[in-house]
Write a protein that binds this ligand. Structure first.
Ligand code: ZN
Length: 322
């Protein structure tokens, strides 16, 4: 099976054993925090893991944030992508800072449908690679903090990303519309929407985009809590109906590399990761009670053929070369 959205750059023997236990391959996702982020170091790490352990790791690259004052920006971003694709990167990721943080020279928020991205996205399509978009955030980002919601800990600990009462920031709807325009403008480009395309509050909203844009798929990474809070019958029907368009992923972020820990501490460091996978399996496959991010529901009991697509075949189809 393939975890198609993770940030876990380690190859300690203990970690490799865990991947073997779950028969897992990981798609490590590079992303760019800000204009000065040395993100190439991270990409390089993911690239070398994929080269050293091609059955266990694949990687996704990114692009520098736009530089409107640099006439060479577009060409250099495209050159970087072409080199990374030649070196095995299966996709290019763009993060939520596009739309919510980065600005144009006139001070307005830079959105993902800006023409500066068009030649770059055309180059991704021409290379037969995929664009992974984490654009916008859950709807809860624009709402008051809700201690019972699945995103409470993130927004209470990362207030800079909580957009409630910040009318200068584009709305959730505006950012989603900008993202949707990317699929519209680039029908030959495969787009995967990370985190259920930031429409995780209602699978019907995700379904509406999947119906409208045949070049769009989503991963479920880090959004099991939102799925669990919707009626199990409705969510099961969503997975059945869109069984070719939904990718498995966890978005687990490695804090400390197990390889950097003393061997006797590594098993304990990896236990939460193994637990994350078990929770996903219990929710997606099981038919009994399961607690996901503090919310108890019933497992979806997805069929073996739907699970096989979700776990493996869809990642292979949407990220050719993985
Ligand atoms: Zn991620």
């Amino acid at each position: 099976m393939i975890d198609a959205h993770i940030h876990y750059g380690d190859d300690s023997p203990e970690f490799l054993a865990l991947l073997a236990e779950f028969d897992l391959k990981l798609l490590n996702i590079s992303f760019v925090h800000g204009p000065d982020d040395p993100w190439r170091n991270q990409a390089e790490r993911y690239r070398s893991l994929a080269r050293a352990h091609p059955t266990r790791f694949a990687w996704c690259t990114s692009i520098d944030l736009p530089r409107f004052d640099d006439p060479t920006y577009t060409a250099s971003a495209i050159r970087g992508l072409e080199e990374d694709f030649a070196a095995g990167a299966v996709a290019c990721k763009v993060w939520k800072n596009i739309g919510m943080e980065e600005r144009r020279p006139d001070g307005s928020y830079l959105t993902i449908d800006d023409p500066i991205f068009d030649p770059i996205f055309d180059a991704v399509a021409a290379a037969g690679r995929t664009l992974l978009l984490h654009i916008a955030e859950p709807l809860a980002c624009w709402q008051p903090l809700d201690p019972s919601g699945p995103h409470y800990s993130y927004y209470s600990q990362n207030p800079q990303w909580h957009m409630y009462n910040r009318p200068e920031v584009p709305s959730h709807a505006a950012l989603i519309a900008a993202r949707d325009r990317v699929m519209e403008k680039h029908p030959a480009l495969r787009v995967v929407g990370a985190h259920l395309g930031s429409l995780e509050h209602d699978v019907d909203e995700v379904a509406a985009r999947l119906d409208r844009y045949p070049n769009f798929a989503v991963d479920i990474s880090a959004r099991l809590g939102n799925l669990a809070r919707q009626p199990a019958d409705k969510v099961r029907a969503f997975f059945d109906r869109y069984q070719d368009r939904i990718l498995f992923g966890t978005d687990v972020v490695m804090r400390t590399a197990p390889a950097a820990l003393p061997p006797e501490e590594r098993a304990a460091a990896l236990a939460p990761l193994a637990e994350t996978y078990r929770t996903h399996f219990a929710y997606l496959e099981g038919t009994t009670e399961v607690t996901v991010r503090g919310y108890t529901t019933t497992g979806l009991g997805l069929s073996p053929s739907v699970l096989d697509k979700l776990y493996t075949a869809n990642a292979q189809a949407w990220y050719p070369g993985i």
